[in-house]
Ligand binder design. Structure first.
Ligand SMILES: Cc1cc2nc3c(=O)[nH]c(=O)nc-3n(C[C@H](O)[C@H](O)[C@H](O)COP(=O)(O)O)c2cc1C
Length: 207
């Protein structure tokens, strides 16, 4: 059985993008599951982006990722949402996209589909958990089934940086705008992608 898992994300400096790639790798571990990687539309004016080399570099890395449409949401069997933490919440680019899903809500298009969340923040206590939890509100309004990370996952208990029961996460730190994932953070992204795909498969084949 073929299932499509949408990995819907926004990434200004590339941190959430590298997480999205690991989440997609986790989805691929489930037989018949196909990751569909999509970025939400940018809202920052091009004139500002061009003055920021770190953003230009990150956009270049993501140039081949298609921009999401509402049909991507409608057609998926499961969803993973990735957003930078912004003042303890999702970024405006993701909020803007999700605020265009009223028609899908009316149709009940997402009801019963599983969903997980991943986020990246500068500091360890900078609001990763509140970002995951507050993103869940929108998903619950859509009738989605929330998938988290259970404490039986070894990396969740070992990590000294990112990783929460509410979703996968990454801590960038203050030094630079971009930092590669730690081994634990990487494993937790893979785990979450795989888990959402497994749940979606079970729900779809009703077994
Ligand atoms: C407007 C704004 C608000 C932010 N708020 C937070 C915050 O509340 N906590 C935190 O730790 N980092 C915060 N950050 C840092 C981002 O979370 C960090 O840059 C992000 O992880 C980068 O992800 P990306 O590389 O995918 O864009 C903020 C950044 C911006 C631009």
């Amino acid at each position: 059985m073929e299932i499509k898992i949408l990995v819907l994300y926004y990434s200004m400096y590339g941190n959430v993008f590298q997480m999205a790639q690991q989440v997609a790798a986790g989805i691929k571990q489930v037989q018949g599951a196909q990751p569909v990687l999509r970025k939400v539309p940018e809202l920052i004016p091009e004139s500002i982006i061009q003055k920021k080399p770190d953003i230009v570099r990150a956009q270049q890395l993501q140039k081949d990722v298609p921009v999401a449409t509402l049909d991507d949401l409608k057609e998926c069997d499961g969803l993973l949402i990735g957003t930078p933490t912004r003042f303890g919440n999702m970024c405006s680019q993701m909020r803007n996209f999700l605020d265009q899903t009223g028609s899908l809500w009316l149709q009940g298009a997402l009801i019963g589909k599983p969903a997980g969340i991943f986020t990246s923040s500068v500091s360890l206590h900078g609001g990763q958990e509140s970002t995951c939890l507050s993103t869940m509100l929108t998903l619950l309004h859509h009738g989605m089934i929330i998938v988290g990370i259970p404490s039986s996952t070894q990396e969740l208990m070992k990590t000294s940086t990112g990783g929460t029961p509410y979703g996968a996460s990454h801590v960038v730190g203050m030094q630079e705008n971009f930092k590669p994932l730690s081994e634990e953070e990487k494993s937790l992204c893979i785990f979450l992608g795989k888990r959402v795909a497994e749940v979606a498969k079970k729900l779809k084949c009703n077994c």
